[in-house]
Design a protein around this ligand. Sequence first.
Ligand SMILES: NC(=O)N[C@@H](CC(=O)O)C(=O)O
Length: 434
Amino acid sequence: MTSYLIRNAQLLGGPAQDILITDGVISEIGTGLSASADVDIDAHGLIALPGLVDLHTHLREPGREDAETVLTGTQAAAKGGYTAVHAMANTFPVADTAGVVEQVWRLGQASGYCDVQPVGAVTVGLEGKKLAELGAMHDSAAGVRVFSDDGKCVDDAVIMRRALEYVKAFDGVVAQHAQEPRLTEGAQMNEGQVSGELGLGGWPAVAEEAIIARDVLLAAHVGSRLHVCHVSTAGSVEIIRWAKGKGWDVTAEVTPHHLLLTDELVRSYDPVYKVNPPLRTAEDVQALRAALADGTIDAVATDHAPHPAEDKDCEWAAAAMGMVGLETALSVVQQAMVDTGLLTWEGVADRMSHRPARIGRLSGHGRPVSVGEPANLVLFDPAYRGSVNPDSFASRSRNTPYRGLDLPGRVHATFLRGVPTVLAGELVELGELA
Ligand SMILES: NC(=O)N[C@@H](CC(=O)O)C(=O)O
C-alpha cells in the first residue's frame, strides 16, 4: 500500500504535527517526523478531523439511479469529508429485506469511496402496517443496526413499540421521522406567518413535537434506544432535553440546512427550498444551534436528498421535497457553528464523526486521529473562501439551496483506511491508484 506523510496538519487541541499513514493505519504522529513515505502532503493551515459519519443519506439505488447511485453518492460523500454514510431505506424496492440491504451494502463495498451502512425499513414497504424482517436484516452481511421508515413516520404506536422492543435484542436503534400524518396533510411549508401570507398549506411544529413526545415515552417504557431524525423545531429540542434529563436513551440529529436557513426563503417560491421537515423560523434555528452546541442534539446528519431537475424545476406544489447536502455540510457547519463561536473543531469532530458512529454502532469509524487507528480522516481548509458551484458536484443531482453562495472552508483531502478518495479538493479516480 502507498504510504503518506501529511506534514504540519493542525490536530485537534494540539500544535501542528506530521501524520504518517502506512498500511491503512495512522502509524506515527509527531513534530518534524524523519520517516519517509511514498507521497508527501503539505497540510499547512489544514485541520485534521476524523472521517465524517453521516447517519442520514439518501443514495437512491436501487430504483432512482437518475437521481443518485451508490457510486455517485459515495463520491459526493468523500468530497464532503465523509468516510461512512448510512443509506436510507426509501428506495425502489424498499430496503425492507435482507436481500435489498445486502445489495446496497455490496454496492458500497464496490464503490471504494466511502463505507455504506444500509438502514433497514421498520415496516414492510414503509407502509406502517407490518414490521419488516428486522432480525434478518441485522443478521445479513449488511449487519443492519439502524432502522427507519424515513420519508414516512411510523405513526402507529403499537408498531413503534414493537419495533423498539425488537431491536433491543441486538442493540439496534429506531430512527424516527417524526411527522404526525393527519396534522400534515397537504403541508407545503412551515405553518406560521409566512405560510399564512403565501397561502401555502402549513406543516405545524406540533406535528413533529407530538410524535417525539410519544416516542421518548415509548422508548423509556420498553427500555430501548430511540434516535430522532432531522429535528427542526425549538419545541422538539425542549422535549429531547427533558427526555435526556430523565436518563432515557434518546439521541437526535439536525441537518445543516436547519442550522442555517429559514422559511423566509420560501417567499421566492423556489422549490430548491422545499424540504421535509420544512425550513422553520429564525427562533427555531437559534434553538437548534444552541442544542447542538450543548449536546442535546447529538449529531449533524445531512438528509442528503438528491432529486433530478425535472422533479425540482417546477411549480412549488408539484416539486419533490429534499436538498442535496453531502458536499456542503462541513462548510455550512463552519458558518453556522464554528464561525459563530458556538462550537470548536473538537465539537465538530464529536457531532459529525464520534457521536454518529456511536449511535450507528459503526466500528472503525468515529475514532480519534491517533496512532494505531485506521486512517479515516479529512484535511479541511477553514480559511478557503469560494462560492458553491453545483456543476462541480460529484452528486448526480444539483438541488442545493447554496448555489452561488459564499460558504467558508473546503475539504482538501479525505482518506478511507489510508486510501485517498479526495486530494487537493478533487475526487481521486480510485482505479488509478491500483
Ligand atoms: N427530506 C426530504 O425532504 N426528502 C426525503 C424524504 C423525506 O424525509 O421526506 C427524500 O427521500 O427525498
